[in-house]
Ligand binder design. Structure first.
Ligand SMILES: C=C1C[C@]23C[C@@]1(O)CC[C@H]2[C@@]12CC[C@H](O)[C@@](C)(C(=O)O1)[C@H]2[C@@H]3C(=O)O
Ligand SMILES: O=C(O)CCC(=O)C(=O)O
Ligand SMILES: [Fe+2]
Length: 326
């Protein structure tokens, strides 16, 4: 098995460098996969350039999102509440978390999108067309990254992870967040610190700054927005698939004084509900390197995650030894 061990950046280096950028058009595939593994290990978040998603697909999704959020509150409420999917305002989850935002949470299954679009838009076909195209694009980026991860880790089956989110019954989710302008003179946390429970998150936002990610040293670094590119974040399930070699990135949204609203589109790539989340066989080698996590299905993890507060470390209860750091 090919193992690429990298040295952890110092606090200072991490802040000066910011998060890594990876050019997906790089021709040397093994160099590219090494870069992806290194970025996942050291930061758990990185920007990807030269993806193949047409900008027109991104703009159509953004226009549909902007059109929806510009509607009167009464009309938007008709697409809610977000239990489990639909329009939400300020409340995040069901356990008392709140944020300065409104959002649409959509399951990525096209049948679900087609049904839900009727409550969201007066032109449901236009809305569902834009959403389905965006989901296909974001899923493509997620699959590309997961295939590079698998190659970089020396795992035999190239599609071991990407097949999970390509699966017809994949439980992937699309979330469109809309943060109103922060007219107070002080920065405020609009979406609290958390990690995403799924395998991989593909994020894209307009040009309004807000996303911050925590380094392994616990320092917050601001992620400068880039509306033409995507950002990739390691989720809890990928932490388990790599037996803790990658760690899910803790992130939050901090809004500084801005006259414009922030809009972010988040694709959360997840396996089918009955899929087991256990370290990839090539990653564990008992007895020296046993699994650090008890086996669980995605459905079990999701249920546990949804019974927690946003900022909780939800993987802790699945660790074999509770005293291990990750
Ligand atoms: C407080 C919560 C909101 C959340 C479900 C949870 O109970 C814990 C995880 C949260 C999160 C974070 C990433 C995604 O935005 C999200 C949709 C997800 O899958 O897990 C949210 C959940 C949510 O907003 O419902
Ligand atoms: O809006 C953002 O940039 C991040 C939102 C987020 O972390 C989420 O939706 O889970
Ligand atoms: Fe998140």
């Amino acid at each position: 098995m090919k193992m690429i061990r990298t040295k952890m950046k110092t606090k200072e280096e991490a802040i000066i460098m910011g998060i890594p950028t990876i050019d997906l058009s790089m021709e040397n595939r093994s160099e590219l996969s090494e870069k992806v593994v290194k970025a996942c290990e050291e930061f758990g978040i990185f920007k990807v350039e030269n993806h193949k998603v047409p900008l027109e697909v991104v703009s159509r999704m953004e226009e549909e999102g902007a059109e929806f959020f510009a509607k009167p509150s009464m009309e938007k409420q008709q697409a809610g509440p977000p239990n489990p999917f639909g329009y939400g305002c300020k409340n995040i989850g069901n356990n008392g978390d709140v944020g300065e935002l409104e959002y649409l949470l959509l399951h990525t299954n096209p049948l679900f999108i087609s049904q839900t679009s009727k409550t969201i838009s007066i032109d449901p076909n236009k809305f569902s067309g834009a959403v389905n195209d965006y989901i296909e694009g974001a899923k493509g980026v997620a699959c590309e990254i997961l295939e590079l991860v698998v190659e970089g880790l020396g795992v035999q089956h190239k599609f071991a992870l990407s097949n999970l989110i390509k699966h017809l019954q994949s439980d992937s989710v699309l979330r469109i967040n809309h943060y109103p302008p922060n007219i107070n003179n002080k920065p405020s946390i609009a979406f609290g610190e958390h990690s995403d429970p799924q395998i991989l998150t593909i994020m894209r936002s307009n040009h309004v700054t807000g996303l911050q990610a925590s380094t392994h040293h616990g320092l917050w670094i601001t992620v400068p927005p880039d509306p033409t590119q995507f950002f990739v974040m390691v989720g809890d399930a990928l932490q388990v698939f790599t037996n803790g070699r990658f760690r899910s990135v803790r992130h939050r949204v901090l809004l500084t004084n801005t006259m414009k609203a922030r809009m972010s589109m988040m694709y959360f790539g997840a396996p089918p509900l009955n899929w087991w989340i256990t370290p990839l066989p090539e990653i564990v080698s008992p007895p020296q390197n046993p699994s650090r996590y008890k086996p669980f299905t995605w459905g079990q993890y999701k249920k546990a995650a949804y019974s927690h507060r946003l900022g909780d470390c939800r993987l802790d209860q699945f660790k074999v030894h509770h005293d291990t750091p990750y």
